[in-house]
Ligand binder design. Structure first.
Ligand code: NAD
Length: 500
């Protein structure tokens, strides 16, 4: 039984909507018949059930994917034989269907995750954009011919891995599905997806849409269930040729070691503790709204949230004053009210944020400002006010560990080299923001910061569909998004022909 997540207990509540897992282009129950309840984070009520898939359901999904990819022999299935142009057209069709259903998908995502409605809609639109991008890229993925010895012609070709596993977190289900599954399908892989038990309803709907567009059975399967059951079964299944994991560093380590037992390559997109460096020559009118949005978007439950604010000493009092005023006006409310932020995903996540905050305060870190919860927000919802903390001492847990809530930690630096040292002083390396008008400093620091993405005088909270994304260190390895992702979802084969 799930001990903590949003998808709470096994349940057979009659008044809720019952979702199925998606295998062979149709919905079905888990083989055991067991289910999990899906909680609305805005009020704490159970409004749906999902199947509690496990090892046996994963085995059925992997067999279906292998059949689609391999058929009677290697890459001889209906999907394995598909051309890049056919895959491109299917993805383009799926993008159009998603675009036609943006309001429905956005509302479903908002209810399931608690995020404000406009964010759910933005996520659905981004999902369509991923499918568009990879539809356009599918038939532009090619190898090379290589100069070699006299009498040889040598070429490289890019081949799909085969069957790819995708383990998705709850914070941006549609966006993370789009960037990972969109690229994998474009490259010709058959995909088996394990969404997070806390939020997976939009993905089940997208499975149905893919089938209606003509993706053959087995090209895309979605198995709901707990991470420790369905997730672990997927990561350790010998029929999986590549795993794309997005989630916490702890689970990522576990997934990578399970996959290693069958020599399966892994892409790990893990957490972050991303710094925003604000120098005294920065354009603060532009910077401040972006700095605030980078921590309150999705209630801070964003891997690339700008959760550490490093400010040059001369402007620190002014920034503190202006930010305090903004924070005091921020409001958390139910997803459908579309306020500054919604609730957190679950009671567990809420408790985690409370624990971090109370530890910070007990060690002398001050709350400089905080927002408010809408007085009419249901008492059962998982709300957390946005909080500005400062000044946080070097090495403090608040500066080292991902909180995954709307908590911004303020710190002060004197010069560029101290800013760089502080920015790099965590085990993470996902995203960094630099705010300065000094062009030389922009480029110098961009190269010296330990991060997979650096934004200068802007902050993309994950960046666009076209921009490769991923981390170093505790933030993981491998790249998703952009064209780069297609390389990760293919294996390179070298063919040497001797002809004298
Ligand atoms: P999580 O690691 O608990 O869960 C992520 C996924 O892994 C879920 O589908 C879950 O069911 C599954 N899982 C859990 N235990 C498993 C196991 N033993 N074996 C296999 N699968 C298992 O993470 P979360 O709490 O859902 O997500 C929050 C974390 O994800 C944060 O640390 C955040 O920074 C990170 N994240 C990273 C990115 C990125 O692109 N770098 C994006 C979003 C979230």
């Amino acid at each position: 039984m799930a001990s903590e997540p949003n998808a709470v207990a096994e349940t057979s509540t009659a008044s809720t909507t019952a979702y199925g897992l998606f295998i062979d282009n149709r919905f079905r129950d888990a083989i055991t018949g067991r289910t999990l309840g899906v909680v609305d984070p805005s009020d704490g009520s159970i409004f749906a059930t999902i199947p509690r898939g496990d090892t046996d359901d994963i085995a059925v999904a992997v067999a279906s994917a292998r059949q689609a990819f391999d058929g009677a022999g290697t890459a001889d299935g209906v999907w394995g034989r598909s051309t890049a142009l056919e895959r491109s057209r299917l993805l383009r069709k799926l993008a159009d269907v998603v675009l036609a259903h943006v309001p429905e998908l956005g509302a479903l995502e908002a209810r399931d995750t608690g995020k404000p409605l406009r964010q759910g809609i933005a996520d659905a639109t981004a999902l369509a954009r991923y499918f568009e991008f990879y539809a356009g890229a599918a038939d532009k993925l090619h190898g090379q011919t290589l100069p070699y010895q006299q009498g040889y012609t040598v070429m490289t070709i890019r081949e799909p891995h085969g069957v790819t596993g995708h383990i998705i977190p709850w914070n941006y289900p549609m966006q993370i599905f789009g960037r990972s599954v969109g690229a994998a399908l474009a490259a010709g892989n058959a995909c088996v997806v394990k969404p997070a038990e806390d939020a997976c309803l939009s993905l089940l709907r997208i499975g149905e849409m893919a089938a209606s567009c003509g993706f053959p059975p087995g090209a895309l399967s979605i198995v709901t269930g707990l991470g420790t059951e369905a997730g672990a079964a997927l990561a350790s299944h010998p029929g999986i040729d590549h795993i794309s994991f997005t989630g916490s560093p702890q689970t990522g380590e576990h997934v990578a070691s399970m996959a290693a037992r069958h020599h399966c390559p892994v892409t790990l997109e893990l957490g972050g503790k991303s710094p925003q460096l604000v120098f005294d020559d920065a354009d603060l009118d532009n910077a401040l709204p972006v700095l605030v949005n980078a921590i309150i978007q999705n209630a801070g439950q964003t891997c690339s949230a700008g959760s550490r604010l490093l400010v040059q000493r001369a402007i620190a009092p002014m920034i503190q004053e202006r930010l305090s005023e903004i924070f005091a006006g921020l409001r958390a409310a139910p997803a459908m009210q579309d306020a500054d932020l919604g609730p957190l995903i679950s009671r567990r996540q809420q408790q985690r944020v409370w624990d971090c905050l109370s530890e910070a305060q007990s060690t002398g870190v001050r709350v400089l400002a905080q927002g408010q919860i809408d007085p009419l927000a249901p008492a059962g919802g998982f709300y957390q006010v946005p909080v500005l903390l400062g000044e946080v001492p070097n090495g403090h847990r608040i500066e080292q560990e991902e909180i995954f809530g709307p908590v911004l930690a303020l710190d002060i630096f004197d010069d560029e080299s101290q800013a760089q040292r502080k920015a790099n002083a965590t085990p993470y390396g996902l995203v960094a923001g630099i705010w300065t008008r000094d062009g030389a400093r922009q480029l110098r620091l961009a190269r010296r910061l330990r991060a997979g993405q650096v934004f200068i005088n802007n902050y993309g909270a994950g960046g666009g569909v076209e921009l490769p994304f991923g981390g170093v260190g505790r933030s993981g390895y491998g790249r998703e998004k952009g064209f780069e992702a297609l390389y990760g979802f293919t294996a390179l084969k070298t063919i040497a022909i001797r002809h004298d």
